[in-house]
Design a protein around this ligand. Sequence first.
Ligand code: URP
Ligand code: ZN
Ligand code: ZN
Length: 468
Amino acid sequence: MSNFDKVIKGGKVVTPQGVTKADVGIRGEKIAAIGESLDSTGAQVINATGHIVMPGVLDVHVHLELPFCGTVSSDDYNTGTRAGARGGVTTLIDFAIPYRREGGYDSLSEAADNWHKKAEGKALIDYTFHMCITNWDTHQKQIAGMVDRGFSTFKEFMIYESEGWQSDDRALYGTLEKMKDLGTMLLVHAESSRVLDELIARYHTAPLMKKYKAQLHAITRPNYIEAEAIQRAAKWCEVTGGSLYIVHMSTAEGTEIIKEAQSRNVPVLAETCAQYLVLDDSVFKRPDGHLFACCPQLKKKPDIERLWKGLADGEVSVVSTDTCSFTKKQKAMWKGDWTKIPMGMPGLETLLPSVYTFGVLKKRITLEQLVEKLCYNPARIMGLAPRKGQIQVGSDADIAIIHPTKKFKVDPKTMETNADWNPFEGMELAGFSRTTLSRGDVIVDDYKVVGKAGRGQWLPRKTAGLSR
Ligand code: URP
Ligand code: ZN
Ligand code: ZN
């Protein structure tokens, strides 16, 4: 009898050592062996002939059931984690946000409790949260306690004053000091709020809104809005020595700043998102252009190419999605005023297919680099390695099996996300997961979700930070 419960046979396995033809033996929730011709007598055999066997993807930037822009994002832990599973995602990290209430703010602990409630009984895949600091004076004293509770990443927004989420330089500086002391990491949404608000005010007139419609979202956010904020956050990172991670970086200028800072060993890392690698701001000219509004907004073709180069060369460490889905009905709240569009788009289901198709198949990155940016780096940087993000003995049996060339048309009618539109709609993408395993359970079989809601587990973490 075999030593394994399941054996994945005959696939091309992507391990930290490279790509090799091998079988993967699974016992319980863990990877127990990787080798040629593993004995599968009595075990369940998963045939991976002609397929790529890669670690399950970690999407480390997700917002599920998020109250935002006057509505609540439309994917919850049920639809969001099903969408992820179909796209080969086996771990996600959401953002627990303390809200402004009458008389003050939720504590960090209350925010964590609120997010735990959203996930309980619904999650199909494993998850954890970044803890958002929305009021420095209130939250600074609570950071160490959250580390004791198993949270190792914190987040600050340099915009969103009207949501009550904005942090200023004092908060960024003080948080980075704490990150250094605690061995944890600060994530930052970097956009320069004062100049952004000024540009929005200048363009917020009835004639200009009639003329430019959703294009005003891009017109009021020139690249320097992101670049200046990244530069400033990187400076606070440099002088404090606290680990910093720039989320959803969208510009060529931002990428250059990160590269230059890293060359001087400033402990700053950067993520981009699939939409910034595939789409450009010409979509805002479309009659349905407002659907594509997210912050920061989609940029131009040279930005796209610079981000891909940053992934290939190393200064961009991670690709995530910033999933924050809204339906067409929710997006219609804009009524011609771009400042009222619920900002965000669905992404979990198409992260792996879009980066595989536009990255690996277009030869901008290798298969090994894809796994580094979607699995290995996110796990290491977010304090989840070696449990997650790699196919190696002892790691969780979180695995995505994909066909190298078989393509599916992106069609919201056939997808798990609750959004009734998709930024990649109509595109033919390879890289959807034929089989997804989460801690040894098959949760996607023959491209269909078969796992049960509620089996996903919260993942405690101790540390996070620089790991290029
Ligand atoms: O448009 C976006 N990105 N929505 C989600 C909130 C954020 O800034 O990440
Ligand atoms: Zn953001
Ligand atoms: Zn986000």
